[in-house]
Write a protein of this length. Structure first.
Length: 462
């Protein structure tokens, strides 16, 4: 494959692609084989029509069209990687004339790309940074969670109340028919925990061991199980036993049972240290983002509306994939929101613009600082996480070889390059107390007055 890159106006790029004749012919034969598996021709077994006969019956142009349909996605990805173009949004395809046998296939792709940022002074920027403070309530809550994990469940002869655990069998039906996941035996359910649908749980409050109860459950339209979403099910539930939780005393004996520590004070200190470590990680992540936004405010990035809209569309497409992965139709989600796809994309544009500004600034910093990613950097990034050695992960060298075979090593290198640029921004920033930063942001300046009058959006202003 050969690619030629031509920069257009308004952050658009045209990539001209030439696919060699040998590959075109190979794709045609693969398409003919696929089509032959679906054809019925007298004298041949069903699904066994040879490619030569398929070409003879359907014609080269028809089979080539089938080959293109199955190949353009792969060629597009390869062309972008080879041309080192990072597209934003959907491409526009410009297909040339269909090639004759022995000729290359030529087509062009126009895509929006990230514009180049003109950096301001980004080193030494003062950025607010919070301090990790562990509330005593957070430690207490974690201790309570531990106590819950070591609770004893004692059978009782009384009506079930919130906090009790019921041992139940149940069977559900929709329109008189069982459904997947609608039945279970020896199921433990904590009353009042809110882990099941409200109607199911409500039917069990006040039940006693040996009771048989019925529940009518209305599955929400956005329920993760698409087969039952929006439907009504009837459940027959047998309460076999009511069990009361008995929590252990919060003392040194509990600390010794629940951990490697001897005293409760030691356990508290360990929990506090773990929470502090978590908070420090969150604060560091927020500081990096704030430092980048501060650098972006001082940079000039010309973002055409078409590029922002393209990124917002990409964001919605990701949401659609996530919804389908949870078994939900995106159209159902739109109906629940009472909005159209176009309205949600428009609402996502400020977030899309901020993301694009950040990326453009990071790319400019990486270029200015000469950040390069080598093989050792990629091998380090592909290291198998501790504890996952037996989970089928390939060795770093093997994984890198696979990435190179598909051209995706460039994507890994780009990602690492941006990460390193982000770390450089954070390391170069000057942390100040968060209170001082917030106070400074509230001070009136002529620049802010102009921004407000002009209705300009700036990162972090939502």
């Amino acid at each position: 494959m050969e690619t030629t890159v031509k920069e257009l106006t308004d952050s658009r790029t045209r990539v001209e692609v030439k696919v060699e004749p040998d590959e075109v012919e190979r794709r045609i034969k693969e398409a003919a084989k696929r089509l032959g598996g679906e054809m019925k021709i007298s004298g041949f077994r069903e699904g066994k029509v040879p490619p030569e006969m398929v070409l003879q019956r359907l014609g080269r142009e028809t089979v080539l069209s089938e080959a293109l349909e199955g190949s353009l996605g792969d060629w597009y990805e390869r062309a972008m990687l080879e041309a080192q173009v990072s597209p934003v949004g959907d491409p526009k395809l410009d297909m040339q004339e269909m090639p004759d046998a022995g000729e290359p296939l030529e087509f062009a792709i126009e895509v929006s790309v990230l514009p180049k940022a003109e950096l301001g002074e980004w080193k030494g920027i003062e950025v607010g940074r919070a301090e990790a403070q562990v509330p005593a309530e957070a430690v207490d809550a974690e201790l309570e969670r531990l106590r819950e994990g070591f609770a004893r469940l004692n059978p009782v002869e009384r009506a079930a109340a919130d906090g009790d655990v019921l041992l139940i069998d149940y069977e559900g039906k929709i329109d008189g028919e069982p459904f997947d996941g609608g039945a279970a035996k020896d199921y433990l359910l904590e009353v009042g925990a809110g882990r099941v649908l409200p109607e199911f749980e409500a039917a069990l409050k006040g039940a006693r061991g040996g009771d048989d109860v019925s529940a009518t459950v209305n599955f929400p339209d956005d329920y993760q199980g698409e087969d039952v979403a929006g439907k009504t099910a009837g459940f027959e539930i047998s309460v076999r036993e009511v069990r009361e939780k008995e929590l252990p005393d919060l003392d040194d004996d509990f600390a010794a049972e629940a951990s490697e520590f001897v005293t409760l004070d030691e356990l508290r200190e360990q929990i506090s240290a773990q929470i502090e470590e978590y908070l420090e990680g969150q604060i560091a992540e927020q500081f990096r983002a704030s430092a980048l936004d501060a650098a972006a405010e001082k940079a000039t990035v010309e973002l055409p509306d078409a590029v922002i809209t393209a990124r917002a569309s990409e964001m919605w497409s990701r949401v659609e994939r996530q919804l389908r992965g949870r078994g939900m139709d995106p159209n159902t989600y739109l109906q629940m929101q009472g909005k159209t796809r176009e309205e949600l994309i428009a609402e996502a544009k400020p977030e899309a613009e901020q993301a694009l500004r950040r990326e453009a600034v990071l790319a400019a910093i990486a270029e200015e600082e000469g950040i390069e990613i080598g093989e050792e950097d990629m091998l380090e990034a592909l290291q198998i996480p501790p504890g996952h050695e037996d989970h089928g992960h390939p060795e770093p060298a093997e994984a890198l070889a696979e990435l190179r075979g598909s051209g995706h090593d460039k994507l890994l290198a780009d990602d690492l390059r941006m990460r390193r640029a982000l770390e450089l921004v954070a390391e170069s920033a000057k942390p100040i107390p968060l209170e001082a930063s917030e106070a400074r942001e509230s001070i009136w300046t002529p620049e802010k007055e102009r921004e407000q009058k002009g209705g300009l959006w700036t990162p972090g202003s939502d």
